[in-house]
Ligand binder design. Sequence first.
Ligand code: DC
Length: 342
Amino acid sequence: MQLNFYAVRGAITVYKDDRESVLRKTKLLLNEIIKQNRLSHADIISIIFTATKDIRSVYPTVAAREMGMTDIPLICCQEMDVEGSLALCIRVMMNIRSEEHLKPKHVYLEGAVSLRPDLASRYTIAIDGPAGAGKSTIAKLLAEKLNILYLDTGAMYRAFALQVLESGLDPEVKADVEKVIDQTEISIKHDNGLQRVFLNNRDVTDEIRSERVSKAASAVAVIPEVRRKLVELQRKIAATNDLVMDGRDIGTYVLPDANLKIFLTASAEERARRRWSELKSKGLDVDYGSVLSDILKRDHNDSHREFAPLKKADDAILIDTTDKTIQEVVEQIESLVDFRRY
Ligand code: DC
């Protein structure tokens, strides 16, 4: 059995120096490091603690002992007292061993987030693919199972397209679309796991599902300025949430460092058949041929645009859903999720 050795860093602040606060915050930090790195006490070789000079009420090691870490070598030191440094801060260096190769997750909490803002990233899953491949259904179910957020980026392009249409402008004309960029405020709220999309503070979640908006969304999504605006919002949401994000350019452009990248696809005929039966079940009388030609047009738009086109990222896992059930695909992706890799 080959063992691998790692060091995990962490830090937290207390509001005041009293025994109860120091012990509670130290336990919080240790528990979070253990949880995020999926450790057991047996994986921990030793822990070094430091506390800033303004902490004098109790040794942070006492918290570890109270948590049952009685056989683990622990030591406390005083942190260097550098002028202007973060006050009331407890730092930890945990030495661990593991049979697996893992990317240690360093944990900075509360005021200590400011020490390493670069590490404040989250677990992100990028799902890309053409229209009708099953992305949103699968991403939603996956997020539910993993208890993380689902972000449907297509809804943002749709909301933007609605604004263009409502302004009486042509979504195919770049100059027209660019006119409304500055007046368009798109925001997302999550209510019980369900995403609601707001256009200038108006809830448009249901309105954006029409075929007219679908076509317009595909057209406006070609325009770099529109993409830049929406990508900024997408990255902001990903910086503060563990999430599954689906779209066309998530793995290649929006989140190039996503922990897991999936490219979902299916034949154009199968995707058109799915869309056609969905519309039929809503009581709409549509012709399969025109659904297929719409799908082909959107595929062409999405994959031929100059800026961030639909493309499989080199490190994405390709899943063809043509002959698979939704459940099979969700289970396949779930088996690839490894929270240790963050
Ligand atoms: O996934 P959807 O059908 O809701 O997406 C609507 C349109 O937005 C689609 O034609 C492609 C575009 N889109 C995009 O270009 N980039 C994304 N990340 C998401 C959607």
